[in-house]
Write a protein that binds this ligand. Structure first.
Ligand code: GLU
Length: 722
């Protein structure tokens, strides 16, 4: 299976693990000499060294000349470190180096300086680390045949959880892979990311980032099943792609030149899970999407009191660049042009009064850059120049505000206007903007670098204004339909924030008549039609929307615990609620115990009746010890329950002999979200709504509470059967 792909060979491992310092150190020197001199007697010389070393366990016969020459590269790498240590420790001869896994780090060590201690430490460490996360991961991905792990497969697996190879949080892993690749003397055509490693090397390589990696594979991120989520996103993306409505902005030539087919969506969750589709690396200018960001810097530096003594918080109800102020003679909010120009004046007059225009530009850019976690933020000078040329309305707004004394003292209007155009002309792409959106979703902490950029209070204020004022004159409808903070821009961007979950950036240049990207808007609306992300979506009760935040097994497990608890405590009302929520009442716990087992063993006749008569659960499921509910009732001497269950069983007559409920853990494949509609449809018996075909229920063998037999009960279709 490793055709053409070199692996961490037995040979190399021996070299790495050579017990005899002299063998190893001399071997390295020899290898280098071999390479230099192209000598042909490598094998003999090596044997000689081995013999000299006297007690080496290395079987040197396997070292062919060719292999020795190859090892020379490793020797070179090792030698550099050797020399460094020799210089530091002022040693005459280079120390033996080895590659070890210690303190959860891949490192070289110098065993000559204390092998016993090292051995003791290693043993202790190995014991501690037994069956740790690294081992489990290794076993998940390793080939049984070779006992090696394919890093290509491992990294692909990691990607399905949303973690990319270039994520700064796995940098050490990637660096270690490169180091091992180099040590391992890979030849042309191979890459560090596709090499195959043995257990110890793998553990050493992943150790520095194991917390994040383990979290990813344990599905502990905010979107546990990221690949299913991504499938839905792809579908929504595809539907929006077909939408060819809208017109390009044409007030400056640079915007009018974009292809109307451009369409990209990038997602970054608060755990740094990434997904992108379409034209996500195409650069475009921030335009109005810069407004919440400069506003955030002003809030961070000045606090909301100062900022909002200059600018309001109300939606203007007017066009984004309309020549209008609110009743206090302030711009309505920081998301419209007047408000953003005013925010820019706060930056130069109050936040950084001593800075030159150039310094304020750099200062702002560095904030934006931190929000992107170091991803692409640039500047488009052509757009800046065009913006400045085509800015009659913006200048008019500036003069109008100056006339109304809106600006702080010391404001240089010309510089402020330039600064505003510069902010609009900063260049970025969907990928980087999704990280900014995610930083806002994450309370001001960039998910990929974990740097705290803004205080959570600042972000809360920014999101509040985005929620009410972020999408021009569509803001009210957007808040109604999508129910999430967003900011759109005239270059076709739509920054959407799902607080505590993720940031999304959608970009497509064609705009609707209000200035919002057509595809971006459709994407947002379809997103909240699919997922319960709307601020006022109910997260608790049954909904036909998906909740990708839920861990489906965890959710199910919790629900079963609740269900069984209700049955054990005799709470018929709670059982009704479970039934109404569409839950499958026949589910069992790990021991195969159903709600009926619990109700019977606790002697709750009402619950037993409810479960059989209304929920139509099987009366004879066996738990892992082979006990049926009737056995439980007998064991705990609940004669009234025993009687009822026996009579039910008798009347069931031709019912199937036994039913063994599947334990929860064995249902993992089928158990989609507990609240999905498919659960409601999943069986007539478990549906809380009366069957449209009464005869299906005519098999119910026991008289109902009302005294009539189920076979004669007429079904009231207007009421749940509870
Ligand atoms: N540079 C544009 C302007 O000030 C920004 C417009 C926008 O994206 O809303 O007119």
């Amino acid at each position: 299976m490793f055709k053409g792909v070199p692996t961490l060979t037995q040979l190399n491992l021996r070299l790495l693990n050579a017990k005899n310092p002299r063998t190893f150190a001399n071997g390295l020197v020899l290898l280098q000499q071999e390479q230099r001199n192209k000598a042909t007697s490598a094998k003999t010389s090596w044997q000689q060294l081995e013999a000299d070393a006297n007690h080496s366990k290395v079987d040197v016969d396997v070292y062919s000349q060719e292999e020795l020459v190859k090892r020379a590269k490793f020797g070179h790498t090792g030698k550099e470190v050797q020399q460094k240590i020799a210089a530091e420790k002022k040693l005459r001869t280079p120390p033996l180096l080895n590659l070890v896994f210690a303190n959860r780090k891949l490192s070289f060590y110098d065993p000559a300086s204390g092998p016993k201690q090292k051995e003791r430490h290693d043993k202790l460490h190995r014991e501690q680390e037994q069956r740790n996360a690294e081992d489990v991961l290794f076993d998940m991905f390793a080939s049984e045949e070779t006992g090696l792990i394919s890093m290509g497969k491992f990294l692909a697996g990691l990607k399905t959880t949303g973690i990319r190879r270039n994520d700064p949080r796995v940098r050490e892993l990637m660096d270690n892979l490169k180091r091992v690749h180099k040590l391992n003397n890979y030849e042309t055509g191979s890459s560090a990311e596709t090499q195959h490693l043995n257990r110890e090397t793998f553990k050493a390589v992943v150790a520095p980032n194991i917390v994040l990696i383990a979290k990813a594979f344990r599905q502990q991120f905010v979107i546990p099943d990221f690949s299913s989520f991504v499938k839905d996103i792809e579908e929504i993306y595809g539907r929006c792609k077909d939408n060819t409505l809208g017109k390009l902005a044409d007030y400056i030539p640079q915007l009018a030149r974009y292809s109307p087919n451009m369409w990209g969506v990038s997602i970054c969750t608060v755990d740094g899970q990434r997904y992108s589709i379409g034209d996500v690396e195409e650069p475009f200018t921030l335009q109005s999407c810069s407004k919440p960001l400069t506003y955030a810097i002003a809030l961070e530096k000045l606090g909301p009191k100062v900022v909002h003594s200059y600018v309001g918080q109300e939606p203007s109800g007017r066009n984004f660049n309309e020549l209008v102020l609110d009743q206090n003679k302030k711009p309505h909010n920081p998301m419209i042009n007047a408000g953003a120009i005013l925010t820019c004046s706060l930056m130069s007059a109050l936040v950084k009064p001593d800075m030159t225009s150039a310094e304020i530009f750099d200062y702002t850019m560095s904030w934006f850059k931190r929000l992107t976690g170091g991803e692409y933020i640039g500047f488009n000078n052509a757009v800046f120049l065009s913006e400045r040329e085509a800015a009659d309305r913006n200048y008019a707004l500036g003069f109008y505000m100056r006339e109304n004394k809106c600006f702080p003292k010391r404001t240089n209007l010309k510089e402020v206007m330039d600064y505003y155009f510069q902010c609009c002309s900063m260049e970025t792409n969907c990928e980087a903007m999704s990280v900014i959106a995610a930083s806002l979703a994450n309370g001001g902490i960039c998910p990929t670098t974990e740097e705290k950029v803004f205080r959570p209070e600042v972000v809360r204020d920014v999101l509040s204004i985005m929620h009410s004022c972020g999408t021009y004159d569509y803001s009210g409808q957007f808040a109604f339909k999508v129910g999430l903070p967003a900011k759109s821009g005239v270059s076709g961007g739509m920054m959407l924030v799902i607080p505590n979950v993720m940031g999304i950036f959608a970009w497509s240049p064609p705009l609707d008549h209000l200035g919002n990207t057509v595809r971006g808007l459709q994407f947002c609306e379809e997103l909240v039609n699919t997922f319960n992300f709307h601020r006022y979506d109910n997260l608790k009760h049954l909904s036909n929307k998906k909740d990708p935040r839920k861990h489906r097994y965890e959710t199910k497990g919790l629900s079963i615990v609740n269900l069984l608890f209700s049955a054990a405590s005799g709470d018929v009302t709670a059982l009704r609620r479970h039934r109404l929520s569409g839950m499958d009442i026949t589910l069992a716990d790990y021991d195969g115990r159903t709600a009926l087992h619990l109700a019977a063993s606790e002697g709750h006749l009402e619950c037993v009746k409810f479960l059989l008569e209304h929920c139509h659960v099987p009366h004879n499921p066996k738990d892992r010890w082979g006990n049926m509910p009737v056995d439980e009732a007998e064991n705990f001497s609940h004669s009234h329950v025993v009687e009822f269950l026996k009579s039910w069983a008798e009347k069931a007559g031709n019912a199937p002999a036994e039913c063994t409920p599947e334990a929860v853990i064995s249902k993992t494949q089928a158990d989609e979200e507990i609240c999905s509609t498919s659960d409601l449809d999943h069986s007539i018996a478990s549906s809380p709504i009366p069957s449209p075909e009464p005869e299906v229920r005519a098999t119910s063998p026991v008289p109902s509470e009302a005294g009539s037999t189920a076979s004669t009960v007429s079904v009231d279709k207007t009421k749940p059967g509870l």
